[in-house]
Design a protein around this ligand. Structure first.
Ligand code: KG4
Ligand code: ZN
Length: 330
């Protein structure tokens, strides 16, 4: 099994990881959250500039911590999309430069496949078939991996906002900070999730698509209608609605596919209420639940290196003319 270095710069985390035989030797993640906080969201241009400045430093740290000789690498992997184009291009250019100077092959990785491989990093025994719920700031997808961890079939996706995006937008409405997910989770902790009743959109529909923009609008209307709202109860009620929608659709996907293994990954998978409800369902209904630890759910290069390891094992490489694709999908 190969020695792989991977670079991840698709959004606001600059990350470099080195994996040997699928084991993490180093996984350095530098978050730009504090830089973007005052803008209430990621500013693409600023993200790209910071990647450019920090990537060489993070690379040195990752190599030093892994204690490897980079001449022994089997490949240089990099996220090629989806993500912010400027941010992606910084990582891709760096990866190409490294691949050329070390005479190593380049492996361009789909960020979404990376998120799914976070589960393979955390659970060595995990094998397809499984259903995967991928919930991040940019994506909300229900996927089925029947035979290979590299070939998903899309069961459903969000028609508008992603789950993480809804958390971020509602947190902005409530003025409780950025990123919204952790802020909403924190404030909801001892609050009443039944105080305000929000619609569970699309749960009646037979398909596996999601919609979260109406929920965000419901929060806004409620705040406009009621002069005084309890912010903590409102956050908890919103979180409960998102979790209910995700759980309901996912359980239905397991029933429809008759698959008894579920992977949940992406930034929103670090939400404690979602983890709690899914764990409860797994016991009730009887399926295997694979949710990576929180630091592997959010963006990191180790998950990209793991996906690249699988690609290398199947002889999949990229050419040096590979381009970044901000809208890459399955
Ligand atoms: O996977 P990720 O780090 O980056 C993307 O690829 O988008 O996900 C970031 C998203 C943000 O929208 C953030 O608010 C959300 O994940 N998030 C959470 C939690 N932690 C991060 N959402 C709900 N609860 C959390 N604890
Ligand atoms: Zn991500």
């Amino acid at each position: 099994m190969p020695l792989v270095l991977a670079i991840e710069t698709s959004c606001d985390e600059t990350s470099v990881a080195i994996l040997e035989n699928g084991t993490i030797l180093s996984n350095i993640v530098l978050s730009q959250v504090q830089i973007h906080q005052r803008f209430g969201g990621v500013v693409p241009e600023i993200a790209a500039r910071h990647h450019l400045k920090n990537l060489p430093i993070i690379y040195d740290q990752a190599v030093e911590e892994a204690r490897v000789n980079v001449n022994e690498l089997d490949a240089v992997a990099v996220t090629v999309g989806p993500g912010l184009i400027g941010a992606l291009l910084v990582g891709l250019s760096f990866a190409k430069g490294l691949a050329v100077s070390l005479s190593k092959p380049l492996v361009g990785v789909n960020h979404l496949l990376g998120h799914v491989h976070a589960a393979h990093l955390a659970f060595e025994q995990l094998k397809p078939p499984y259903v995967a719920l991928l919930v991040s700031g940019g994506h909300t997808e229900l996927l089925v991996f029947e035979k290979s961890s590299l070939e998903p079939k899309v069961l459903g996706k969000t028609l508008d906002d992603a789950a993480g995006e809804a958390f971020d937008k509602v947190a902005r409405l409530l003025k409780i900070g950025y990123p919204g997910g952790p802020a909403i989770e924190r404030i909801s902790k001892d609050a009443n999730p039944d105080r305000y009743r929000f619609p569970r959109a699309m749960t009646e529909a037979k398909n596996f698509d999601f919609s979260f923009s109406g929920l965000k609008t419901s929060v806004l209307y409620l705040m406009q209608k009621e002069r005084i709202v309890d912010i903590a109860d409102l956050a908890a009620s919103f979180q409960e609605a998102v979790v209910d929608i995700l759980v309901e659709k996912t359980i239905r996907a397991l029933q429809r596919t008759e698959i008894r293994k579920l992977v949940v990954t992406g930034g929103v998978a670090s939400n404690s209420r979602l983890r709690e409800k899914l764990t409860q369902k797994a016991q009730e209904i009887g399926f295997e639940l694979y949710i990576p630890p929180k630091n592997l759910c959010t963006d990191n290069a180790a998950m990209i290196a793991k996906a690249a390891t699988e690609m290398l094992n199947k002889g999949i490489f990229s050419s040096l003319s590979a381009n970044a694709d901000p809208a890459l999908s399955f």
